[in-house]
Design a protein around this ligand. Structure first.
Ligand code: ATP
Ligand code: HSE
Length: 344
């Protein structure tokens, strides 16, 4: 059966050190979501593969569906239920924006299943309200490197130029999870004035250096005193990994990716020594890890709408609802609800 809607969303690395809650970049690792068929309002099925497939197979626990429902409520529109097929490559709770990818997908599905006329600004606002901060959802939706500011109601955002091909992102992902909500609880309620001033300068330098290609300034520009000193204690090896990786001349800069525990290094030149130093640090602290060498100029969310969507929406919105014969035949083709395959 052809999907009615196919979405591809990139992973994102937020903060980049100094840009807490404001700066983020899309990287070339993608989740795929497919809306396979429509169902009556409030009825969902999920077939999840890959990362977290067991926990994400329950519609109630699946953030794509939660975000879809919240968006319909925000826009005060009724949307049909649907069966969702997902292939998740982005590791969960590792600081690579898995939740943002799910939120972006849920909001976009709401747009296409309800026909609500939301432009780019409203889509990004709806995504930010659900995620709580814009620095993952903005690059996930728009692609590339994005600077964004959110006051709880309005959002301003600017895309910076993409990383040049000679600068790559090495991301080491340890085999332990840190939920963003826990990583936020580890932050202090107040910070010394000097630390705030430190970060203003660093974040300004980061964006100016990025805009003008002064990559050698990243080591300064990505330095941070607002969150990394507190969060590096939350994962094994976090307190030593930076100094080891920064010592390598090919490493331009290193930061906790998002709320951690993954660590991202921007590298000019060969990547293997940086990847090896990161993974060795995790191994020495008793944690297995994997690494990815990623492109930091990834495209944002991509949506493909099938020709059959209009017809399917008309059928589900008709007073009789979807024909039970069609539903039965499609359920037979698709297999049982919540079927999980290729689980990791
Ligand atoms: N592909 C997905 N489909 C549905 N829900 C997802 C998916 N990926 C993540 N989630 C939800 O998001 C939660 C993880 O969000 P969390 O913000 O803690 O981590 P993260 O987004 O991976 O990291 P960070 O925000 O630091 O980049 C999961 O526990 C799950 O509830
Ligand atoms: N800015 C967010 C990104 C992770 O979602 C944080 O660091 O908590």
């Amino acid at each position: 059966m052809n999907p009615l809607i196919t979405l591809r969303v990139p992973a994102t690395s937020a903060n980049l050190g100094s840009g807490f809650d404001a700066i983020g970049m899309a990287v070339s690792l993608y989740n795929i979501f497919k809306v396979m068929e429509l169902r009556p309002e409030g009825e969902y099925e999920v077939e999840a593969h890959g990362e977290g497939c067991r926990e994400l197979s329950s519609p109630k626990a699946n953030l794509v569906i939660v975000a879809y429902e919240e968006t319909c409520k925000r826009w005060n529109v009724k949307g049909p239920g649907f069966s969702l097929w997902c292939h998740n490559i982005i590791p969960l709770c590792r600081g690579l924006g898995s939740s943002a990818g799910a939120v972006v997908a849920g909001v976009l599905i709401a747009k296409y299943l309800t026909g609500y006329e939301a432009g780019e600004d409203e889509l990004l606002r709806a995504m930010t309200v659900i995620e709580g901060h814009p620095d993952n959802v903005a690059p996930c939706y728009l692609g590339g490197m994005v600077v964004s500011c959110w006051d709880g109601q309005d959002l301003r955002y600017v895309n910076l130029p993409a990383l040049p091909p000679e600068v790559l992102c090495v991301v080491a992902v340890p085999d332990e999870r840190v939920k963003t909500s826990d990583a936020r609880k580890a932050l202090p309620k107040e910070v010394p004035f000097g630390d705030a001033v430190f970060n203003v300068g660093r974040a300004a330098l980061l964006t100016a250096a990025w805009a003008t290609g002064k990559w050698d300034y990243l080591k300064w520009g990505m330095d941070d005193k607002l969150h990394q000193p507190y969060r590096s204690k939350l994962f094994s090896g976090g307190e030593v990994i930076f100094s080891r990786v920064e010592a390598l001349p090919e490493c331009l800069s290193v930061a906790i990716s998002g709320s951690g525990p993954s660590v991202i290094a921007l590298v000019k030149g060969t990547t293997h020594r940086v990847a090896e130093a990161m993974c060795r640090t995790f191994t020495e602290h008793g944690v297995r890890s994997q690494f990815f060498v990623l492109d930091g100029s990834a495209q944002g969310a991509r949506v493909d709408i099938s020709m059959e969507l209009k017809e399917a929406l008309e059928a589900v919105n008709s007073p009789a609802g979807p024909s039970s014969e069609i539903s039965a035949a499609r359920a037979g083709e698709q297999g049982t609800a919540n079927k999980a395959g290729g689980c990791r």
